[in-house]
Design a protein around this ligand. Structure first.
Ligand code: SF4
Length: 285
């Protein structure tokens, strides 16, 4: 399982991986927060930041790496929202961030966090094409990171589930886009999408979800697909939704993570994301 760390760089099937969080420049934060995504408190990590300050923090993160910068093969640019949205991250910051990636001398790919609805929109495509232009003299691959979470439509979209309104059609469209533009994809899969689930069901659902991602890869012929497997941790938003009773439910631990990786590792490369971004009220790993 790929969980090791070299300083602040994590080991991934893509090689040493560095992650940066851009803060949301929209005062209301992620445009989906509040109406969707019953599990996610990430938008609380930043709202309404000045673009110049956002760029300063990005440079600070890169400079802190020192010589380790030259080990990095993959950078993921996350946002406290959607990095491909102009409403949330200004053009100035987006272009600055992509250009900053040229400081990584051995970089092989850049992952950009977004919803599929945004990636496939005119705004998202313009951003992707501009990023491709900036890196066009390099061999760096551009990847879109999508929080699919689960193949179970009911679990993903219902009010009682995650209430994250990503449809199967959106997923097909983002795979089609990746094929057309020669992009890679990183698909986030939650090990236990909702905190009321039993551990056994959570493992089986993660396996089914990774199998579905593999099907999509085969159907659209996208060469580079990475699974980011995220075991559930409890957030304050979940407590508000499901109540304190969920704190006594067992959560995925290393045993469940290991089972999913050993059953699905032959299908697709899997990176295990154990970071709770400092937001967990409870986690079992
Ligand atoms: S999961 Fe993504 S889209 Fe949903 S609230 Fe969190 S940051 Fe926004």
């Amino acid at each position: 399982m790929a969980n090791g760390k070299i300083g602040s760089i994590r080991v991934s099937p893509r090689g040493p991986r560095f992650e940066v969080l851009l803060k949301n420049e929209n005062a209301k934060g992620c445009v989906f927060y509040g109406r969707q995504c019953n599990h996610c408190d990430i938008p609380t990590l930043g709202m309404g930041i000045n673009p110049k300050e956002n760029q300063r923090l990005l440079v600070e993160d890169i400079v802190k790496l020192g010589d380790e910068k030259d080990l990095v093969k993959q950078v993921n640019l996350y946002g406290s929202g959607n990095v491909l949205s102009r409403i949330e991250i200004s053009d100035e910051t987006f272009n600055f961030a992509i250009t900053s990636m040229l400081m990584f001398r051995n970089l092989e790919c850049i992952g950009i966090d977004s919803r599929p609805e945004i990636a496939i929109s005119r705004m998202g495509k313009e951003r992707i094409e501009h990023a491709l232009y900036i890196i066009s003299r390099t061999s760096i691959r551009f990847e879109v990171i999508v929080g699919y979470e689960t193949q179970d439509v009911q679990l993903r979209t219902s009010e009682g589930g995650l209430h994250k309104m990503i449809s199967e059609k959106h997923m097909e469209q983002v795979f089609q886009l990746a094929k057309e533009l020669g992009l890679g994809l990183q698909i986030n899969v939650m090990l236990m999408p909702v905190p009321t689930m039993q551990l056994r069901d959570a493992v089986e659902e993660a396996v089914r979800t990774i199998e579905r991602v593999k099907e999509l890869q085969n159907k659209f012929g996208v060469a580079f697909v990475l699974v980011n497997l995220h075991p559930l941790y409890i957030t304050r938003k979940m407590l508000a939704k499901w109540g304190e009773g969920i704190l006594s439910n067992p959560l995925p631990s290393h045993a469940e993570i290991q089972e999913v990786v050993s059953r699905c590792g032959r299908l697709l490369p899997i990176f295990v994301g154990l970071d709770d971004e400092g937001l967990s009220v409870k986690k079992d790993y």
